[in-house]
Design a protein around this ligand. Structure first.
Ligand SMILES: Nc1nc2c(c(=O)[nH]1)N[C@H]1C(S)=C(S)[C@@H](COP(=O)(O)O)O[C@H]1N2
Ligand SMILES: [Mo]
Length: 393
């Protein structure tokens, strides 16, 4: 069969590349309209919405390892019409706009380019939105609209250089194979030209050493380490170099945050200076226990994960006295500044009664977390200190 031949050709190319042995490009397909039973690439997810899919990672997955497995990785699409199959032989990534030569790259072309790899957290801007009080509209995510993976691909910069960026370019717009209903605007996000031409931004074709699941953006997705996932455009097939800032809906209207520290405004406020959401800020979580009873006077072993945002995790600390004193946790292996970092700490036994255990992360730039609530009308960027309650009996 022709399909199999094409697959083999691509597999050979993939295996010939340095470092990664990608087990060939298979042509994935999800039959028909995704429904509960039709997410074959994922398992055990919290289904927040069927169409367009919003699938949350159950929190216990984060206690099982620093890397989030592909089949447990959260999924978020804005529009119903998402790619349900992709022909790996005819697929092209087009680069146009303010370039010397518009180009169309096949997957085989991309597999021949120099590869880069990064371990990075992909976190939705609205992760933990269900903790906003008063409640705000949007997906009521708990803390599982995030995940950490090893991403392999090519630099966006290298693809842009192939097309040749012309003077006067100010931004790069990225969009994918999903389609809006009617006249709604295509899902498209832009990065400033300097950011796009930097070393970090990647066009990934592999996630944890495997091709991307369709739901996670097969065959190519943008990875913007340290930035919220709204910029991590999935099923990327179009790159457009712009000579003026992107005034499209998804940059100028959606995903706006207050310019205040921690994007925090008084509950109910709508009239404030805004800017597009961008970099992430530190967060820490306890993963091995939830609120509940514990024997009094017995040590409590705790472990969890932290993320630094756009710089690495420098320390994770816990407090049992409402933040008056903090004790440093031991940090786990360092997978780089954009990755989750594991931590653990055994707290001394506590007297009978109710105790609050707080955990906070501080990043290498000295940014940390605060205990007070955050509010903004879209429910973005929550990083309030997390806590659990322990009833020592
Ligand atoms: N093409 C496309 N890319 C997209 C989106 C989308 O709707 N379409 N949603 C973005 C948002 S808001 C998030 S949170 C992430 C989710 O990535 P994931 O599904 O791999 O978890 O994809 C981003 N990339
Ligand atoms: Mo998102």
């Amino acid at each position: 069969m022709a399909e199999i031949d094409r697959r083999d050709a691509l597999a050979a190319l993939a295996i010939g590349g340095a470092g990664l042995t990608l087990p060939g490009w298979a042509m994935p397909a999800i039959a028909g309209t995704p429904r509960l039973a039709d997410f074959p690439e994922k398992r055990g997810m919290l289904i927040r919405r069927q169409r367009a899919p919003l699938l949350e990672t159950p929190f216990e997955v984060f206690d099982q390892g620093i890397i989030t497995p592909n089949d447990r990785f959260f999924v978020r699409w804005h529009y119903d019409d998402i790619p349900l199959n992709v022909d790996v032989a005819t697929f092209r990534l087009r680069v146009g706009g303010r370039v010397k030569t518009p180009i169309a790259l096949s997957l085989a072309d991309i597999l021949k380019m120099p590869r880069v790899e990064v371990t990075a957290v992909n976190q939705c801007s609205g992760n933990s939105r269900s903790a906003f009080s008063p409640r705000v509209p949007g997906a009521q995510w708990a803390d599982g609209a995030m995940g950490n993976a090893v991403w392999t691909g090519v630099r966006l910069k290298d693809v842009l250089v192939r097309a040749g960026v012309k003077p006067g370019a100010v931004a790069v717009r990225l969009s994918g194979l999903d389609r809006p209903p009617g006249e709604a605007p295509w899902y498209a996000k832009s990065l400033d030209i300097d950011h796009a031409l930097g070393d970090d931004v990647m066009i990934a074709f592999a996630m944890n050493g495997q091709q991307l699941p369709l739901l996670s953006g097969f065959p190519l997705r943008i990875v913007v380490p340290g930035w919220f996932s709204t910029y991590w455009v999935k099923a990327l097939d179009r790159i457009e170099v712009l000579a003026a800032p992107d005034t499209g809906y998804w940059m100028a209207k959606a995903y706006q945050i207050p310019t205040t520290p921690r994007a925090n405004v008084p509950p109910g406020a709508h009239d404030f200076a805004k800017q597009p959401i961008s970099r992430m800020i530190p967060r820490a979580f306890i993963t091995n226990r939830a609120s509940g009873p514990a024997p009094a006077s017995r040590p409590i072993a705790l472990r969890g994960i932290a993320l630094g945002g756009d710089s690495g995790v420098a320390k994770v600390e816990l407090s049992v006295d409402n933040g008056q004193h903090w004790r440093s946790a031991r940090l786990g292996r360092d997978f780089g500044r954009y990755s989750f970092r594991g931590w653990d700490l055994t707290l001394p036994g506590m007297p009978r009664g109710r105790h609050t255990i707080m955990v906070r992360a501080t990043n290498a730039a000295g940014e940390t977390q605060r205990p007070d609530a955050i509010w903004n009308p879209s429910g973005y960027m929550l990083n309030t200190i997390q806590h659990i309650m322990v009833d020592a009996t």
